[in-house]
Design a protein around this ligand. Structure first.
Ligand SMILES: [Zn+2]
Length: 328
């Protein structure tokens, strides 16, 4: 009898412990950012001498998840829309994409993936394929000069089947790291999506840029600057767009999922974070760097590639700029 009672109590205690751990996993982690750091905005860059550059988010798909999955410590179960997007950049020196969204053939590429993957990270609602977005704008594959890939996760290279033949510019650090495992994972999913498109490597080996450790000036005129934002993957690459016809813009790849990740700052829920992050400590440091950058530069939208809300907000003002042909 005594043993039975002991087992029952043990079970209850273990159950309570499990419940406690589950609740704790949803609470904010201590992610200390000191208040003594100067929060005064930096002097904005004079952009008058930069070229006119059009930026369009091409939303290809989305998935709606509870906010605490993307933002650890968010005390709400409000649904949060995560986007799968490409970004079309119309620059006087090139027409190019940053990431590729989703192609019309994406389902055939995912059909042999595990059920777990297809029900979790590989689950999304296809809205409009990359090919369809380009067609709508009268853009042929051959009109695109190149694609800059923020990193090599499947969801950022999934539009490539719609733009076969277009050169892919990839951070050498990212490709070297991906060769060790990522390219071949899931029956070579990423390798198959990259296909035979020509690959051109770039190195973020230029000088420090606005607090980021190094940079690569794509056209040599200061208008498109790439900076390393590592941790999510080894070579996750951010891109500054400096232009005279609209606000400066900073694209983050997947250094964050949504703005709350760098504003608080906080990671995603550990269940997801641990699965999608290649280097935990480095990814957290990148979030902290972005946190302070956002405080110093409230005039610059920092937009992550899955941040549907910020992308929509940006496109509202961008449509106005593109319609009137100038920045007012
Ligand atoms: Zn992603």
């Amino acid at each position: 009898m005594k043993v039975k009672r002991l087992v029952t109590w043990g079970g209850i205690t273990l159950g309570a412990l499990g419940m406690g751990l589950a609740i704790k996993s949803l609470l904010p982690q201590r992610f200390l950012t000191d208040d003594w750091v100067e929060r005064k905005p930096s002097q904005p860059l004079d952009t008058a001498s930069f070229p006119e550059v059009e930026v369009s988010f091409l939303r290809c798909g989305s998935i709606t998840i509870p906010e605490p999955i993307a933002v650890l410590g968010a005390f709400t179960l409000a649904p949060l829309v995560m986007a799968h997007s490409a970004v079309l950049i119309r620059h006087p020196k090139a027409l190019f994409l940053y990431d590729t969204g989703l192609s019309s053939e994406i389902d055939t590429y995912l059909v042999d993936q595990s059920l777990f993957f297809r029900k979790t990270l590989g689950h999304f609602q296809l809205e409009q394929t990359l090919g369809s977005h380009l067609k709508e704008r009268g853009i042929e594959r051959s009109d695109l000069d190149f694609v800059l890939l923020s990193h090599l996760h499947w969801d950022h290279v999934s539009g490539i089947p719609d733009i076969r033949g277009v050169p892919l510019r990839i951070n050498r650090v990212e490709y070297e790291a991906a060769k060790l495992c990522l390219l071949d994972a899931g029956n070579g999913l990423v390798q198959r999506l990259l296909g035979d498109n020509p690959i051109e490597f770039f190195d973020c080996a230029g000088p420090t840029y606005e607090g980021f450790r190094s940079s690569f000036d794509v056209f040599g005129d200061g208008s498109i600057i790439l900076v390393p934002l590592p941790g999510h993957t080894a070579g996750n690459t951010g891109m500054f767009v400096n232009r005279s016809n609209g606000p400066r813009l900073f694209l983050l790849g997947d250094a964050a999922w949504v703005s709350q990740n760098y504003l608080r700052p906080t990671t995603m829920h550990p269940f997801i974070w641990s699965r999608v992050t290649s280097d935990d400590a480095t990814a957290r440091q990148t979030l902290i760097d972005l946190h302070y950058y956002a405080l110093r530069h409230p005039e610059i939208p920092l937009i992550a590639m899955h941040d549907a809300e910020l992308q929509e907000k940006f496109m509202k003002s961008e449509r106005h700029i593109q319609a009137v042909g100038r920045y007012t």
